[in-house]
Design a protein around this ligand. Structure first.
Ligand code: 5GP
Length: 190
């Protein structure tokens, strides 16, 4: 998506060769007009898939998912990062390793919101090693729901997540795919 690539070129900041900071428009300050264009693009790609729920993960996926959901006209569920274990069995749970902090944490979704009859589109801001998506996929599968695919804003294609998730047979569509990046050279796209 040219608009997003252009924005990354002008306002993205590469940190240490592996992390792209997009705080000024994507995951701290949020450019809602840009999110609207991204939402329309996700609808163009997944609009004929019968999506009934959008599932994302807190925190930085929520804004993108909510704006996209306006075009799909479906609810958004965000998987919560949880410190307490599932005691009474009313939640689906899985584990995610944070790319930016390196810690492993549990994510949960209440069973009442993710049903076997749901057709679920995953949305997230970044795809790096694929741990966040794997965690979300586990929740969808445990619920017995149908996974339609994953819509990603920025895929760092030089990291293994995209290959891993596509290798699981999941449709992954990314609006911007970064081929390589460095502090000196900036970002280049696939
Ligand atoms: P993964 O689980 O695929 O390794 O990483 C995905 C998650 O890590 C995303 O939800 C995102 O919040 C965070 N993330 C991964 N890479 C980057 C990055 O380069 N920049 C930022 N801002 N977040 C990232």
């Amino acid at each position: 998506m040219e608009l997003l690539e252009q924005r990354i070129r002008t306002d993205g900041k590469v940190r240490g060769g592996e992390v792209l900071k997009v705080d000024s428009f994507l995951n701290h300050q949020m450019d809602v007009a840009l999110f609207q264009e991204m939402g329309k693009e996700f609808l163009r790609i997944f609009g004929d898939c019968g999506v009934t729920k959008i599932l994302t993960i807190e925190a930085s996926g929520i804004g993108i998912a909510c704006i996209a959901a306006q075009y799909f006209n479906v609810p958004v569920i965000f998987a919560k990062k949880s410190k307490t274990r599932n005691i009474d069995g009313n939640v689906y749970t899985s584990k995610v390793e944070s790319f930016t902090h390196g810690k492993v944490y549990d994510i949960i979704v209440a069973k009442e919101f993710l049903r076997p009859e749901d057709r679920v589109l995953l949305i997230d801001d970044f795809l790096a090693n694929g741990s966040a998506l794997q965690g979300l996929i586990t929740l969808v599968r445990d619920a017995g729901a149908t996974l339609v695919g994953a819509g990603i804003a920025v895929e760092k294609a030089f990291q293994p997540g995209g290959g891993l998730i596509r290798g699981m047979g999941v449709r992954v569509e990314s609006l911007a795919r970064i081929k390589s990046m460095s502090e000196e050279e900036g970002v280049s796209f696939c």
